[in-house]
Design a protein around this ligand. Structure first.
Ligand code: DC
Length: 222
């Protein structure tokens, strides 16, 4: 059977991560969370105490990084230079820094190459913002998953609280609004559906319903 390249783009809180993981698991594919890569670069920048506006320093930091998504008992987990960093990259500080860094051309170019290398054997589900538009315009299946702002804010809030983070719903709602604006309005690779992407509104759908819809579309390409 053909090993497809599947892209799932969309704003935060639309259910991309859970859906992408489930789709990859059911197909026996690798799951690549590209937002985690931007967050990982943010963690390295933070640790290196370098400015998010200093391109030379950013290139230097990126040069020292090696990424791998390992299939563990907890599913696919991101390792940076051999260390599991999945817990450390989920703080609010990293969230905002990752968004700022994602507007820097040097960071995008670096991660573009990293992502394309990860796709070379096919059989991968890539989750992100510009997978279908910029990184893999030739992907076999392109999906764009979205939902109302309030639904996304509530989902993200519940996720953070479940992970013992002290946040209010208002705070999460504001962060999502700001990130939506920044991600959609940056000049480089803004968040938007590819022209040929299948759009799925998850506002009133449960995860399994979304996954079923996704498989209905993938079915035609397998
Ligand atoms: O999906 P996430 O919240 O983990 O993503 C973190 C940030 O990375 C987000 O603000 C936008 C950026 N990002 C991006 O610009 N392009 C991608 N393909 C994935 C994420």
């Amino acid at each position: 059977m053909k090993r497809l390249l599947i892209t799932i783009d969309g704003p935060g809180g639309a259910g991309k991560t859970t859906v992408s993981r489930k789709v990859a698991q059911r197909l026996g594919y690798t799951y690549v969370d590209t937002g985690a890569l931007y967050r990982a670069v943010a963690l390295a920048v933070l640790r290196g105490r370098c400015s998010a506006e200093d391109d030379d320093k950013l290139v230097e930091v990126c040069k020292c990084l090696a990424f791998e998504f390992k299939d563990t008992a907890r599913g696919f987990v991101l390792f940076m230079n051999g260390v599991d960093i999945s817990g450390e990259i989920r703080t609010q500080q990293i969230t905002m820094l990752a968004s700022a860094l994602s507007a820097r051309p040097v960071v995008r170019q670096y991660l573009l190459d990293v992502q394309r290398r990860m796709a070379k054997d096919g059989g991968v589900v890539f989750e992100g913002r510009d997978m279908g538009t910029v990184v893999f315009p030739e992907a076999d299946v392109k999906l764009f998953l979205y939902a109302d702002h309030d639904a996304r804010a509530l989902r993200r809030y519940k996720e953070l609280v479940a992970n013992d983070q002290m946040v209010s719903l208002e705070e999460v709602s504001e962060t999502i609004k700001r990130r939506d604006y920044d991600d959609s309005n940056r000049v480089l690779a803004p968040l938007k559906p590819a022209r040929d992407a299948i759009r799925i509104d998850s506002t009133f759908l449960g995860i399994e319903e979304v996954v079923d819809l996704v498989f209905r579309h993938i079915g035609d390409s397998l």
